[in-house]
Design a binder for this molecule. Structure first.
Ligand code: ADP
Ligand code: MG
Length: 489
C-alpha cells in the first residue's frame, strides 16, 4: 500500500513534468516563428541558423538523364543512382546500396572517412548496368546529401559548422566538404563531379516536390531532427545576393537547436544534456551557469546545444525513458529491492526497443517483459512494473510527438498556411514531406504527431494540410537537384 502510494506520487510528478497542453504548444509554435525570424535576420544569438541552401528551384518533373547521389548523415550512408526519363517516364530505374560506417571512422580523421566513402562509391559505380545510360563524352554527376550543419557558399560548396549525431572528426570543421569528397574521389581514380551539396532536409523537400507539387516543407525525424522549407526570398533580410527569379529560397532551419524557455524541460532532460557534453564543454557549461546566475539571466542553459532535438529525436527518447525508470527503480524499487545494474548504463535502452515495448498489446505485456529481460537484465518484472514501464514510454513518446507537431505548426504559421484564407480566396493545399526512421517506424509517435497537428490547425485548416511520408526522399532529391544543376543542362 505504502509502495503503491509512492509510485502514484512519483508517476504523477513525471506526468506533470511531461505534459504538453495545447495552449503550451501554441506558445512554442509562436516562439518557433519568432526564432525563425531572428535566424533570417542573422541575429547572432539566434538558436536557429536558418541556413541558406542556394536551392531556389525545386524539381519540376522534367529532369532526365543518369545521376548519382550520396547520402551521408547517420550510422549508414547510401549510394544511389537513378535514370530519369523526363515528364512522361519519370524515374525509369533506380538502385541503391546502404553501407554502414565503421564506428572508428566516425571519430577518426576526415581523410580516412572520405577515402572510405569514395572507395564504396567507386565500387557501386562499377556495378552500373545497361539500364543506365550516360551520353558519350559526359562526366557522371552526383548530388551530395550531407546532413550536418553546413555554411553553404554556393549550390555546390559549403563549409562544415560542426559534427553532430555521434560524429567527431578532426580537421573537417571549417573545410569545404565538397572539396574533401572530390579530392577523395580523385585519389580513388573516380571521375565524377559533385554538382550539388544539400542537407538531407533539403533533399527530402526536393524529392517530395517531385512527387507532389504542393510540398512546401520537409521534416526529418530520425536519429536527429531537422526541417527545411520554401521561404520567400524577400523575407530573408540576411540574403544580400540577387533576388532569385523564382522569388523563393529553400532554408535549412537546423531546428534541432531550437530553444525557448517555454519548452517544458525536466530534470531528466538537463541531466541528459550535461552528460552528453564532453568534459571540456562541461567546464564551460558550469562556468556559464555561474556567470548567467551572477548576471541574472533566466535562460541559464543557453549554451547547451540541440535542446529541441534532445526532447524529440530517436537518439534520445529511449535514453530519457531509461532515466525515468532508473529514478523509479531507485526511489520506489520498481524492479525489486536492487536496482538492475544495466539500468545505470547510458544509452542502453534504444528507441527502437522502447517502441517495441510501447506497441506491446498482449494482455500480460509479455513482449515488453522480454525486452526488460534482454536489455536490462530484469528477469521477472511484476505486471505492475511492466504497466508502469509502458506508461513511461507513452509519456516520453507523446511529449516528443506533440513538440514536433508544434514545430511543424510553427512553420505553417510562418508561411501563413495555418488558416483558411479569410478573404474568400481559394483554399491552398499544403503538403509536408516527412522522413526518418522514428517517424516511419514508431507508429504511436507518428499517429500522435498527426493528431496533434490536426488539433492545432483546427478542423477547417487541417482539411487542406497533408502530411506525407517521403520515404528516403533525400537521396532521390539530391539526384534530382544534381540533374537540374547539371553542367550540361
Ligand atoms: P538517420 O536519422 O540516421 O539518417 P533514419 O532516418 O533511418 O537514419 O533513422 C534512424 C533512427 O530512427 C534510429 O536512430 C532510431 O532512433 C529510429 N528508429 C529506427 N527504427 C525505429 C523503430 N522501429 N522504432 C522507433 N524508432 C526507430
Ligand atoms: Mg537520414
Amino acid at each position: 500500500e505504502e509502495k503503491r502510494k509512492k509510485f502514484a506520487a512519483l508517476i504523477e510528478e513525471v506526468e506533470q513534468k511531461f505534459s504538453t497542453p495545447t495552449a503550451l504548444l501554441r506558445g512554442i509554435a509562436d516562439a518557433m516563428v519568432e526564432e525563425m525570424e531572428h535566424g533570417l535576420r542573422a541575429d547572432p544569438h539566434a538558436p536557429l541558423k536558418m541556413l541558406i541552401s542556394y536551392v531556389d528551384n525545386l524539381p519540376t518533373g522534367d529532369e532526365h538523364g543518369l545521376f548519382y547521389a550520396l547520402d551521408l548523415g547517420g550510422t549508414n550512408f547510401r549510394v544511389i543512382r537513378v535514370q530519369l526519363g523526363g515528364r512522361e517516364k519519370r524515374v525509369v530505374t533506380q538502385q541503391y546500396e546502404e553501407v554502414s560506417i565503421p564506428p572508428h571512422l566516425m571519430v577518426g580523421t576526415s581523410m580516412e572517412l572520405f577515402d572510405f566513402i569514395a572507395a564504396e562509391l567507386e565500387k557501386f559505380v562499377k556495378t552500373e548496368g545497361d539500364d543506365f545510360q550516360l551520353p558519350e563524352g559526359r562526366q557522371r554527376e552526383l548530388g551530395f546529401t550531407f546532413s550536418f550543419p553546413v555554411h553553404q557558399t554556393s549550390i555546390s560548396s559549403g563549409t562544415l559548422i560542426k559534427w553532430t549525431k555521434g560524429f567527431s572528426i578532426n580537421g573537417t570543421v571549417g573545410e569545404d566538404v565538397v572539396a574533401e569528397l572530390s579530392r577523395a574521389m580523385e585519389r580513388q581514380g573516380l571521375d565524377m563531379k559533385v554538382s550539388v551539396l544539400v542537407n538531407d532536409t533539403v533533399g527530402t523537400l526536393a524529392g517530395g516536390r517531385y512527387v507532389d507539387n504542393d510540398v512546401v516543407a520537409a521534416v526529418i525525424l530520425g536519429t536527429g531532427t531537422n526541417a527545411a522549407y520554401v521561404e520567400h526570398a524577400n523575407a530573408i533580410p540576411k540574403w544580400n545576393g540577387l533576388l532569385p527569379r523564382s522569388g523563393n529560397m529553400v532554408i535549412n532551419m537546423e531546428w534541432g537547436n531550437f530553444k525557448t524557455e517555454r519548452l517544458p524541460r525536466s530534470e531528466y532532460d538537463s541531466a541528459l544534456d550535461f552528460e552528453s557534453l564532453n568534459p571540456g564543454e562541461q567546464v564551460l557549461f558550469i562556468l556559464s551557469v555561474y556567470f548567467q546566475l551572477y548576471v541574472g539571466l533566466k535562460e541559464f542553459w543557453f549554451s547547451v546545444p540541440q535542446i529541441y532535438e534532445k526532447m524529440i529525436s530517436g537518439l534520445y527518447l529511449g535514453e530519457i525513458v531509461r532515466r525515468i525508470l532508473l529514478k523509479l527503480a531507485h526511489d520506489a524499487s520498481l524492479f525489486g529491492d536492487v536496482v538492475p545494474p544495466k539500468l545505470e548504463q547510458l544509452f542502453i535502452l534504444r528507441t527502437p526497443d522502447m517502441s517495441a515495448m510501447h506497441h506491446d498489446t498482449s494482455h500480460d505485456l509479455k513482449h515488453l517483459g522480454a525486452k526488460l529481460k534482454d536489455i536490462l537484465g530484469v528477469a521477472d518484472a511484476s505486471l505492475e512494473a511492466r504497466y508502469i514501464t509502458l506508461h513511461i514510454c507513452d509519456l516520453v513518446a507523446e511529449r516528443a510527438a506533440r513538440l514536433a507537431a508544434s514545430g511543424i505548426y510553427g512553420i505553417l504559421k510562418k508561411l501563413g498556411r495555418d488558416r483558411v484564407p479569410s478573404d474568400g480566396s481559394q483554399k491552398q493545399r499544403t503538403v509536408i514531406a516527412l522522413d526518418g526512421g522514428l517517424y516511419e517506424h514508431y507508429k504511436k509517435f507518428s499517429a500522435c504527431l498527426e493528431a496533434t497537428l490536426a488539433d492545432l490547425l483546427g478542423e477547417e485548416a487541417a482539411s487542406s494540410v497533408v502530411v506525407m511520408l517521403a520515404n528516403d526522399g533525400s537521396g532521390i532529391g539530391a539526384a534530382l537537384l544534381a540533374a537540374s544543376h547539371s553542367q550540361y543542362a
